[in-house]
Design a protein around this ligand. Structure first.
Ligand SMILES: NC(=O)c1ccc[n+]([C@@H]2O[C@H](COP(=O)([O-])OP(=O)(O)OC[C@H]3O[C@@H](n4cnc5c(N)ncnc54)[C@H](O)[C@@H]3O)[C@@H](O)[C@H]2O)c1
Length: 254
């Protein structure tokens, strides 16, 4: 099946590398690349939306670019790889009257982050099981039998993705807190960190304390903040997550 990639940034380029490695020749569309034929995209059997969902002025993820693409996209299968807030896949499926499938992206921005996280697991969230099964078959043709594939209701996929980035933010914040604590005892955090990580249950990722302190980047701050806001909308005050944000401001400005 021919596929199209809409939005050719970090996530779109990663998907292009993956698909080329499996012998595909994807059509690429990005508004920054100038006028390109949308008809070439719409001639494909499936498209993958990889456009930004940045934080809006109210703190929540903004879906304008996703909507902008859905306005003209006509491929039989539409997969969204952009990070979505809870409820968005179902709401957009209703708004655009087509079954969308959310397959959250787990690639990291740093060179040492797993560069092929989908080799281990792929989550497919959709209100339409048939559409999810079609995407499953497509992804299996690209990724093979090894990954664990899970088809779920879209809200589970959305929350699990936001939960992952919020946890990584929490982990960085904890590491920064321990660095401060070690220093109060005139102990070297690096030496303590290595002892801490002798226990494999801790996991080495997100434990380095950088010169800038805390966390930044395109994903962790916005996904964490969105989750805080959405929890608040649902009448739940996520105090721990609020504290992670507050502590991060303290570590970044130290
Ligand atoms: N960067 C990561 O490591 C990462 C990891 C997981 C999830 N995500 C999520 O994936 C999404 C994309 O992230 P990214 O890092 O690839 O963003 P990016 O900024 O690197 O790339 C987005 C691309 O989309 C293009 N674009 C914007 N609006 C468009 C439109 N209306 N039509 C066509 N093209 C458009 C931009 O020109 C840009 O090239 C975001 O929702 C992000 O949260 C990113």
């Amino acid at each position: 099946m021919d596929i199209a990639i809409v939005g050719f940034g970090t996530v779109g380029k990663h998907l292009e590398r993956l698909s080329v490695a499996t012998g595909m020749c994807p059509v690429v569309y990005d508004k920054a690349l100038g006028p390109r034929s949308r008809s070439a995209v719409n001639a494909c059997g499936a498209s993958f939306i990889c456009v930004p969902t940045n934080q809006g002025s109210d703190g929540r993820l903004v879906l304008d670019d996703v909507r902008d693409v859905l306005e003209w996209l006509k491929t039989p299968i539409v997969v969204i790889r952009s990070t979505l807030p809870i409820g968005a896949t179902r709401a957009l499926s209703i708004e655009f009257n087509r079954p969308l499938v959310y397959v959250p992206e787990y690639i990291g921005e740093t060179p040492w982050a797993p560069q092929r996280p989908e080799a281990d697991f792929v989550v497919l969230g959709s209100p339409d099981f048939v559409a999810a099964r079609e995407v499953l078959r497509l992804l299996q043709s690209m990724l093979g039998p090894e990954p664990v594939y899970r088809i779920v209701e879209p809200e589970y996929a959305e929350l699990a993705k936001l939960m992952e980035n919020s946890f990584l933010a929490l982990k960085v914040t904890f590491a920064n807190e321990m660095a401060g604590t070690a220093s109060a005892f005139e102990l070297d955090y690096e030496a303590v960190r290595e002892l801490w990580l002798l226990d494999g249950r801790m996991g080495r990722s997100h434990t380095i304390v950088t010169e800038e302190g805390g966390f930044a980047g395109k994903c962790l701050p916005k996904d964490l903040h969105n989750l805080i806001c959405q929890a608040e909308d649902a009448s739940y005050r996520a105090d721990l997550l609020i504290e992670v944000e507050r502590s991060n401001r303290r570590f970044r400005s130290a």
